[in-house]
Design a protein around this ligand. Structure first.
Ligand code: SF4
Length: 372
């Protein structure tokens, strides 16, 4: 049996920078797209793993759907020449509403992409404009309809909560509008105010006011309750899916499975090495090498815990033991006792997982589990 790996490809081009964004994404660099595809395919040629096959592909960004169809075609067919793909591999592509076209979607279909993820964020025009998004909600609806007409069935919609001036009523309306599009998957991300963004400047200056902690928690609970009522299962802190539609690519990352990352700012993890490509587009195009770090035994064990506890099923003791040669209890010893006693983590069917209370204070649980 072939070894299974994940493959992530970063497409860093965007129409304009959103107010909250600190991802490696660049507006006005369309003239670099061809050279970028060349560089990614060159990198792909150097990163193939003998005997391994791609179980999941994730094309993220940036805005992959900004690439003209012929460039996306060249990228996807080039990847298939460099890597073996498992039959039935999950292949996702992020899309921005308002940028997809039937031609682009048919290129994705032809190259085996079978899952789309739309960054929709909120249904209110005032929130979309505050976020600096380039689309309207009508364009979200049009894009999803276009995707269905092209034959896509597995569709994620990203939403955001905790936005300046966002109310519970806004959140309820956004959820209802999103559910009306019949997605198979919904991601509900709490806003993080990143340093150096317009969002930070506006919040710091007092021009924009964030909802208080209780309101944000209420929005999160509203997402959970609403999605449960509609048959979704929560499999990670921010991710909900209909049964059978959890994103395998992300779940594999949280299970600490190996993956190759291609493109500027992309990270990869193979064996006991993690690498990160240069975050700057020009540096990447100039061939600046990735930074590599060797993961120690202790770091590897902590990574398993940090990533695994994000999932609602938690960390499988059997999988942990198979990966690290010791059980969770042997690795973390009495550091488990306090959060267990406080009801922040619990054992269930051979998995160590966060309780609902623990989900709200995940970081402090992780601090307890770190080496003294
Ligand atoms: S579309 Fe995404 S990657 Fe591009 S600027 Fe907006 S948040 Fe950043």
């Amino acid at each position: 049996m072939k070894k299974e790996i994940g493959l992530y490809v970063h497409i860093p081009f965007c129409a304009r920078k959103c107010a909250y964004c600190d991802f490696a994404s660049f507006a006005g660099r369309e003239e670099d797209e061809d050279a970028y595809i060349d560089a990614v395919l060159r990198e792909a040629g150097t990163r193939s793993v003998p005997g391994a096959a791609v179980a999941t592909l994730y094309i993220g960004g940036g805005t992959p759907s900004l690439l003209p169809p012929e460039r996306m075609d060249r990228l996807l067919s080039g990847l298939r020449e460099c890597f073996a793909f498992l039959p039935g591999a999950e292949c996702s592509c992020e899309c921005n509403p308002g940028t997809v076209t039937p031609g682009f979607l048919s290129v994705l279909q032809r190259n085996g992409v079978n899952r789309l993820s739309f960054g929709a964020q909120a249904s209110q025009p005032r929130l979309l404009s505050l976020l600096g998004r380039i689309h309207t909600w009508a364009q979200v609806q049009e894009s999803v309809a276009m995707a269905r007409a092209a034959g896509f069935r597995n569709i994620n919609i990203d939403l955001m909560l905790g936005l300046p001036s966002q109310t519970i009523a806004d959140m309820r309306e956004t959820l209802s509008e999103a559910l009306a599009l019949s997605p198979t998957h919904l991601s509900c991300y709490g806003l993080i105010v990143e340093e150096g963004t317009k969002m930070q400047r506006m919040v710091d200056s007092g021009a924009w006011t964030l909802p208080d902690e209780d309101t944000e928690r209420e929005m999160y609970e509203l997402c959970r309750e609403t999605l449960f009522r509609h048959g979704f299962e929560q499999y990670e802190i921010s991710n909900f899916a209909l049964p059978g539609y959890a994103c395998r690519h992300n779940a594999d990352c949280w299970k600490r499975k190996e993956y190759i990352g291609l493109g500027c700012a992309a990270c990869g993890f193979l064996g006991n090495v993690r690498y990160q490509n240069p975050p700057g587009l020009s540096d990447y195009l100039a061939g600046k090498p990735a930074e590599e770090s060797v993961i120690s035994r202790e770091e590897a064990r902590f990574e398993s815990m940090m990533l695994g506890l994000r999932m609602t099923e938690g960390v499988s003791d059997a999988a942990f033991t198979a990966m690290h040669g010791v059980s969770v209890r042997e690795a973390f010893g009495n550091r488990l006792d306090k959060p267990l006693r406080q009801g922040l983590i619990e054992w269930a069917d051979g998995f160590l997982r966060l309780t609902r209370k623990g989900m709200d204070v995940q970081n402090s649980v992780l601090v307890e589990l770190m080496d003294e």
